[in-house]
Every structure is written in structure tokens, then in C-alpha cells.
Design a protein around this ligand. Structure first.
Ligand code: THU
Length: 126
């Protein structure tokens, strides 16, 4: 969570002013962080969780076991629907910890956040 908090300081969020940081750990113990990266063409903004996942995959990681998401909101905010889908692809059973400045901590699993998910297994049965 400290790494996620640190990543949030690098958020590029001049439009929403909503700073988000994420830090994930891969199955081989590597850590990747990410922040939200907004754009003047609003729809092209990228969430912090997805930034971290893209960094992981582009460096050869394929599975993560846990992810921390930091925001300044109370209660701590949880990954958006699009992020849940992206997280599911690479860590369906990963722990998701959401925290804030007040040390409030909420914990789920990716699967718990996305019941009945569509994933890689579905394509194998086509
Ligand atoms: N945001 C994230 O980074 N992660 C989420 O799961 C929810 C939303 C970002 C997107 C946008 O830059 C800002 O928060 C406000 O929606």
C-alpha cells in the first residue's frame, strides 16, 4: 500500500484531480506500480490498475497474486468495472486491497469483485 501511495503522487489527473496509485506483486515476486494517466481527449485516460498491469505484461509478467490500490477517498475506492475485467485476465484469484490516508483497508479477491466473469476459459470452450 505504501508503494501504491507513492505511485499516486505520480498520477497525471489534471481533469478529474482524482489521484490513484496501484502496486501489484507477480507470482515470481516482482512488483509493478502504476498511476492513472488522463488525457485532454478524456476517453483516452488510463486507470492506475491498468497502467500497472500493462507494465507487468510488457516486462514479461503473466500472473499477479495481489494488488494494492490507493486513493485519497473515504471509504477507499475500488477498481472500476473495466479494471476488474483487466485484472481478472492475469489474476482471477488475486487479493485486492484498497486503502487511503486514514488507514481504512478493504479487501476482496478479483473473482469476488467480478462474479460470473468472462475470461480466457470461456474462449477455450468455443
Ligand atoms: N481511476 C482509476 O485510476 N482506477 C479506478 O479503478 C477508478 C478510476 C481513475 C480514472 C480517472 O483518471 C480518475 O480515476 C477519475 O475517474
Amino acid at each position: 500500500m505504501n508503494l501504491a501511495k507513492d505511485a499516486a503522487t505520480r498520477a497525471y489527473a489534471p481533469y478529474s484531480k482524482f489521484l490513484v496509485g496501484a502496486a501489484l506483486e507477480t507470482d515470481d515476486g516482482r512488483i509493478f506500480t502504476g498511476c492513472n494517466v488522463e488525457n485532454a481527449s478524456y476517453g483516452l485516460g488510463r486507470c492506475a490498475e491498468q497502467t500497472a498491469i500493462q507494465k507487468m505484461v510488457s516486462e514479461g509478467g503473466r500472473k499477479f497474486t495481489r494488488i494494492a490500490v490507493f486513493t485519497h477517498s473515504s471509504p477507499p475506492s475500488s477498481p472500476c468495472g473495466a479494471c476488474r475485467q483487466v485484472l481478472y485476465e492475469f489474476g482471477p484469484d488475486a487479493r485486492v486491497m484498497m486503502g487511503n490516508d486514514s488507514a481504512e483497508l478493504i479487501e476482496y479477491t478479483v473473482r469476488g469483485l467480478l462474479p460470473g466473469a468472462f475470461g480466457p476459459d470461456n474462449l477455450e470452450q468455443a
